[in-house]
Design a protein around this ligand. Structure first.
Ligand SMILES: [Zn+2]
Length: 278
């Protein structure tokens, strides 16, 4: 089973504008490998490359987060192959989050850098407690994989402080934490409740090679690093439309790992996180 643990979609009206704004911010050269960022494009690509499920990690500014969450949930209702996450902001009522979970949300996504609040903001404590009680996974955007320093909110230490405070919450740190090998090894050791997604950092895409740590260009390095971290803690995520799921799947498939290690990375770990009954 293949599960892409990290993608974004936008409504038809805004997709093109948002994708080009992000591409510019992260200095990703637009190439044919970028997706359109629409549901139709994503679902079509999933069919082409054999992806069974894709996790929607949508988020937005506090003033529009609720609308975005409702939209994401409605999209996932229409397309059962899409697994919806919802986003939050400090001070949000836990009842709202609980309501979204009832409607099918499988976890929470925060991009603290773009959303502009710290993960350790006291206004988020009720959300963390709710997630810990219900074992709801939280995905954090991490690091500076694309070498863009937005602000201190996505710095690894700010995030791992929260991760350590809530050992009962399964956290996903995207982009293999900060994107450099030293940080991901350290976090893996310090934080047993974290799994890491491969998005952008370990990619099959040439256009992205320039903006990540060169370490991950070598397949041998990747195999060694994944085994050191543990293949049960690595999940394939593409960051579609900014990453290209097809290229990433191809690269993971040709790594010198065992079939069972590849199965965990390509889908098994995300399955355990979002789809297996507790
Ligand atoms: Zn993303």
């Amino acid at each position: 089973m293949i599960i892409d643990g990290h993608a974004h979609v936008y409504n038809e009206k805004n997709a093109e504008k948002i994708v080009s704004a992000f591409t510019e911010l992260h200095r990703m050269e637009p190439t044919a490998s970028l997706g359109q960022g629409t549901v139709a494009d994503l679902v079509g690509k999933m069919k082409e490359n054999g992806t069974d499920y894709t996790v929607l990690a949508n988020f937005g500014p506090s003033r529009s987060v609720e609308k975005i969450n409702e939209w994401t949930l409605s999209v996932a209702e229409e397309y059962p192959q899409l697994i919806p996450l919802v986003s939050v902001f400090p001070g949000i009522a836990v009842d709202k989050v609980a309501g979204w979970v009832q409607k099918g949300a499988k976890g929470i996504k925060m991009h603290n850098g773009i959303q502009g609040f710290a993960a350790d903001d006291p206004g988020l404590e009720p959300v963390y407690r709710f997630c810990e009680e219900n074992r709801i996974p939280i995905t954090f955007h991490c690091g500076e994989t694309s070498r863009v320093h937005l602000n201190e909110y996505t710095e690894t230490e700010r995030l791992t402080e929260v991760v350590k405070q809530y050992p009962g919450i399964p956290f996903v740190m995207t982009h293999l934490a900060a994107g450099d090998p030293e940080t991901v090894f350290r976090v893996a050791e310090e934080c047993p409740n974290v799994i890491f997604d491969t998005s952008i950092t370990m990619t099959g895409e040439r256009c992205i090679y320039r903006i990540h740590d060169d370490f991950w260009e070598s397949d041998e390095n990747v195999v060694d690093a994944f085994r050191r971290i543990g293949c049960r803690r690595i999940s394939f995520g593409s960051d579609y439309p900014f990453g290209n799921p097809s290229g990433d799947i191809r690269r993971i498939r040709r790594l010198g790992l065992s079939d069972s290690e590849k199965e965990l990375i390509l889908g098994g770990n995300s399955y355990r996180l979002y789809m297996a009954q507790p």
